[in-house]
Design a protein around this ligand. Structure first.
Ligand code: NDP
Length: 251
């Protein structure tokens, strides 16, 4: 259906070379967008671009290097074109009891999952507002809503981003720039495997908390991103969309 088409749109996906970000990239490209992926590992990005074919670009960058983000956005726009869609997907997690988390560990996660997300959003939104259109998507987590144990910094960062979208939505809406979040449930990626530490009991508990009785696929998140980025969601801003097989109703 035409309303879901992203033809003539340019999408920037942070962490687009692996996991959920890679699948978001594939889905946005399938919907017609030109995609730009970023991350720290050049080899991963180069291989991904080769697989994706025409209409895909990569830029190596570490989102935590905040002072470089304005130039990073300027480089993408001068070499590829104006960014219509930003997906703030890059994120890190760490499972540890709160009392054992050091200040450095806490700050490292906040720097990646919150500070970098805000700075990159500001740089892209500035340009989108000047042009009078844009769609920004954050990837948050169930940890933003529930007291999940051993993810103090991660949960705090995702909770902050969930709040941030409402504030930014109220500021950006008059300029036709929408900002929403996807809150994934248990999605089968390297991050989830690490978080579960290969522990079958944890996996079974997670499944029992998921009414649809299966873990999510990265493409479940990818197609939600297509919807939120497209004209089909033209009147939607400031919301968090759970894509979680029902976790949020049955947790
Ligand atoms: P992965 O660990 O598989 O991928 C994370 C991506 O982020 C990688 O491509 C990595 O690329 C990139 N990244 C991490 N740090 C940086 C950095 N400093 N600068 C640039 N890029 C960075 O994670 P997932 O795919 O599982 O997670 C993606 C998002 O989804 C995250 O925001 C996560 O919090 C969220 N999420 C995941 C869930 C799950 O069950 N998997 C559940 C809920 C939310 P590189 O290493 O090359 O820099």
């Amino acid at each position: 259906m035409q309303v879901f088409s992203l033809s003539n749109k340019i999408a920037l996906i942070t962490g687009g070379g692996s996991g959920i970000g890679l699948e978001i990239t594939r889905c946005l490209k399938e919907a017609g967008a030109t995609v730009v992926i970023t991350g720290r590992r050049e080899e991963v990005l180069r291989q991904t671009i080769q697989e994706l074919g025409e209409g895909a670009y990569y830029f190596v960058n570490d989102v935590t290097d905040l002072s470089k983000l304005p130039q990073f956005v300027a480089d993408i726009e001068s070499q590829v074109g104006p960014i219509d869609i930003l997906v703030n997907n890059a994120g890190i997690n760490m499972k540890k009891p709160a009392l054992e988390v050091t200040d450095e560990e806490f700050q490292r996660i906040i720097q990646t999952n919150l500070n970098a997300v805000f700075s990159l959003t500001r740089e892209c939104a500035r340009r989108m507002i000047t042009r009078g259109s844009g769609s920004i998507i954050m990837i948050t987590s169930m940890a933003a809503y529930y007291g999940i144990d051993r993810v103090a910094a991660y949960g705090a960062s995702k909770t902050a981003v969930s709040g941030l979208i409402k504030i930014l939505a109220s500021e950006f809406s008059p300029h036709n720039v929408r900002i929403n979040a996807i809150a994934p449930g248990f999605i089968e990626t390297a991050m989830m495997k690490t978080a579960m530490s290969g522990d079958p009991d944890r996996m079974n508990r997670a499944l029992r908390r998921t009414p649809m009785n299966r873990f999510g696929k990265p493409s479940d998140i990818g197609y939600a991103a297509v919807f939120l980025a497209s004209e089909a969601a033209a009147y939607i801003t400031g919301v968090s969309l759970p894509v979680d097989g029902g976790n949020s109703i049955g947790f």
